[in-house]
Design a protein around this ligand. Structure first.
Ligand code: ZN
Ligand code: ZN
Length: 326
């Protein structure tokens, strides 16, 4: 048998066609992943925009169904979605790996994250990693340099709908795209909100007095899902907008990040955003005793009862505060 050996010319020809193809793929990927207002072509993301209008309208309707039971339902769901899901999991665990938990715990915490309706873990983590890479520079998905409204909600409403482009976003979250559970949770991220909405309706009906079952069911769902999701979205968006505009700067970082106590109050500590940009891997964002950081207290508690390991805490000198790596 004659071995198949390519001639020198053939090899050269092959590599000269392969190299531009690879180069073309790289530049296409770079182009597809460009974030920031300049690269969004000003189109409106209709599915997200209509959903946002419905959620805001039903949040106003919820006010007519006020009851303390509904407030408690909304508070529990808010804590699970925004503190446990977004702050402790999507942000401090999945994006920055500020601490470790078992796989099962990671999946449970991620499920809580999907309750926020802020997209699945792959979308959230990839977008946030791009934010850290290009903070307040070109390519930042939500910098106030592109306008305050843009940094708050504009980037969600008129940005490209990358939620379902798992393969593309996966380049910024390969650790998650390798994991089938995270891929599944990303694809069906809206499912948990829907199921919990029905559970709230059942509980609302069950705890309502006879004759008021229907309004009890509707009221608890309006508070536990629609009003709660809307408030949670704005709390998270405030971190992107307000925490890059107003507040103190303890660390001289490359970006405009700020420490804003009001945002920290709504998000459970995410508002200590200048601390966070200076020490991104730190699971603790509030770095002095009065910088309350509910999400870190949760991680601290998990460590104490053996559920979290290798919790990273920023080491810094209060007399000479410097960002990590300086
Ligand atoms: Zn930031
Ligand atoms: Zn971050």
């Amino acid at each position: 048998m004659t071995p198949v050996v390519a001639t020198h010319e053939e090899v050269q020809q092959r590599s000269s066609t392969a190299a531009p193809a690879a180069e073309e793929m790289r530049s296409k990927l770079k182009k597809d992943l460009r974030m920031g207002r300049k690269n969004q072509e000003g189109r409106i993301n209709w599915v997200t925009s209509i959903a946002m209008v419905i959620f805001h309208a039903l949040s106003i309707v919820a006010l007519f169904f006020f009851s303390w039971k509904n407030v408690v339902a909304a508070a529990i769901m808010y804590f699970l979605a925004i503190n446990v899901g977004v702050g402790m999991c999507y942000h401090r665990l999945l994006t920055h790996r500020g601490y470790r938990v078992s796989k099962w715990m990671e999946y449970f915490l991620t499920l809580c994250g999907t309750l926020s309706l802020e997209g699945g873990p792959i979308f959230w983590v990839a977008t946030h990693r791009v934010h850290h890479q290009n903070s307040d520079q070109e390519g930042d998905p939500h910098t106030p340099h592109d306008g305050t409204w843009w940094s708050h909600a504009g980037w969600i409403l008129s940005g490209r709908a990358l939620h379902s482009e798992t393969a593309l976003l996966g380049h910024y979250a390969p650790d998650l795209t390798r994991d089938r559970v995270h891929v599944w949770l990303s694809k069906y991220h809206w499912l948990s909100v829907t199921i919990f909405g029905f559970i709230q309706m059942a509980i609302g009906a069950a705890v309502a007095p006879a004759g008021h079952r229907l309004s009890g069911a509707i009221g608890m769902c309006l508070w536990g899902t629609f009003l709660r999701v809307t408030l949670g979205l704005h709390a998270t968006w405030l971190t992107n907008s307000v925490s890059h505009i107003w507040g103190g700067r303890r660390f001289e970082t490359r970006d405009d990040s700020r420490n804003n106590w009001l945002v920290a109050l709504f998000t459970g500590g995410e508002g200590w955003h200048n601390n966070h940009h200076a020490h991104p891997v730190s699971a603790r964002h509030g770095l002095v005793w009065w910088e309350f950081d509910i999400n870190y207290y949760g991680i601290w508690l998990m460590e104490k009862i053996g559920l979290a390991k290798r919790v990273q805490v920023a080491a810094w000198d209060p007399k000479d505060p410097k960002p990590a790596g300086v």
